[in-house]
Design a binder for this molecule. Structure first.
Ligand code: CTP
Ligand code: CA
Length: 225
C-alpha cells in the first residue's frame, strides 16, 4: 500500500543494481566469500521499482526473494558478475553497485576436490585480482555510461576512505557505511558522499534507507537525453 503513495520519482528510468557477495571457487566444493547478505541491494532494487523504474538486479549467491517487478540475474563469481553487468550497463541510466565483490580469487581452481595428503602440510593458494565492475562501468564512454553510485563498506575512517574511493573510481556518488556492523543486519546508517556535499541518512531499516537513497539519486542524477 505504501508503494501506491510513493511518488514515482524514477518513472520510466532504467536502473541496474548489483547485490550480495560473490563466491570464488577453490575446488568443486570450496570457495571464498564474505558476509554480505544482499539485503541493502535488494531493498534498493525494491525501492527503485516502487519509484517506477525498470530494474535489473544482478545478484550474487543469496537466498532472498526477488522484489516484485524486478528482473533478476543470478551469478556466483566476480568475473561472472562483471560479464553480466558490462553488456547490460549501456542500456541503463543508473547503476547502483551494492555488491560486496571479492577483490581477489584463487589463481587456479582445482578440477577435483583437494585432498589431505596425510603429511600435515597445508595448501598455499595464490590469488589474483578480480576486475573492478564499478570502475569499468564508470569508464564507459559517456554516451554508454550510466550515472554510477558506489557503496563503501569500511571498518575504519569511513568518511575518509569513502571520499577517496569516490574520486578514485570517478563516480558522482558513493554511499558510506560501517561494514562489519551492518552486514546481515536489518538496520543500517548511511552517509551519501557526492560532489555537492554529504548527506547523512540516520539509522533506519534498510527499506526506509533505500527509499531515501532512491529519492536522493532521483534528485541528483540528470536524465539522459
Ligand atoms: N566494486 C566492484 N567490483 C569490484 C570491487 C568493488 O564493482 N571488483 C564496487 C562495489 O560494489 C562498491 C564499490 O566498488 O560499490 C566499492 O567497493 P569496495 O570494496 O568498498 O572498494 P574497493 O575499490 O574494492 O577497495 P577496498 O576493498 O580495498 O577498500
Ligand atoms: Ca573491495
Amino acid at each position: 500500500l505504501i508503494a501506491f503513495f510513493q511518488p514515482k520519482l524514477l518513472a520510466g528510468r532504467r536502473v541496474l543494481v548489483t547485490a550480495g557477495p560473490t563466491f570464488e571457487a577453490l575446488d568443486p566444493v570450496r570457495g571464498l566469500t564474505n558476509l554480505s547478505s544482499g539485503k541493502m541491494g535488494f531493498a534498493i532494487a525494491h525501492a527503485a521499482a516502487e519509484a517506477g523504474a525498470q530494474v535489473t538486479l544482478v545478484a550474487g549467491p543469496v537466498h532472498l526473494p526477488t522484489p516484485r517487478g524486478v528482473q533478476r540475474l543470478n551469478v556466483r563469481s566476480a568475473q561472472q558478475m562483471f560479464d553480466a553487468v558490462l553488456p547490460l550497463a549501456p542500456a541503463h541510466e543508473l547503476f547502483i553497485a551494492t555488491a560486496a565483490v571479492a577483490d581477489w580469487r584463487p589463481a587456479a581452481v582445482a578440477e577435483q576436490k583437494l585432498k589431505k595428503d596425510g603429511s600435515g602440510r597445508v595448501p598455499a593458494f595464490e590469488m589474483t585480482e578480480n576486475p573492478d565492475i564499478l570502475a569499468a562501468v564508470a569508464r564507459l564512454p559517456e554516451a554508454q555510461r550510466p550515472w554510477c553510485v558506489g557503496f563503501a563498506a569500511e571498518s575504519e575512517k569511513v568518511l575518509e576512505h569513502a571520499r577517496a574511493k569516490r574520486l578514485r573510481k570517478g563516480i558522482p556518488l558513493i554511499v558510506a557505511n560501517h561494514g562489519p556492523s551492518t552486514f546481515g543486519q536489518d538496520h543500517n546508517a548511511l552517509v551519501l558522499v557526492h560532489e555537492g556535499g554529504e548527506t547523512e541518512l540516520p539509522a533506519a531499516d534498510k527499506l526506509t534507507l533505500a527509499r531515501q537513497l532512491v529519492a536522493e539519486v532521483a534528485r541528483l542524477a540528470p536524465r539522459r537525453a
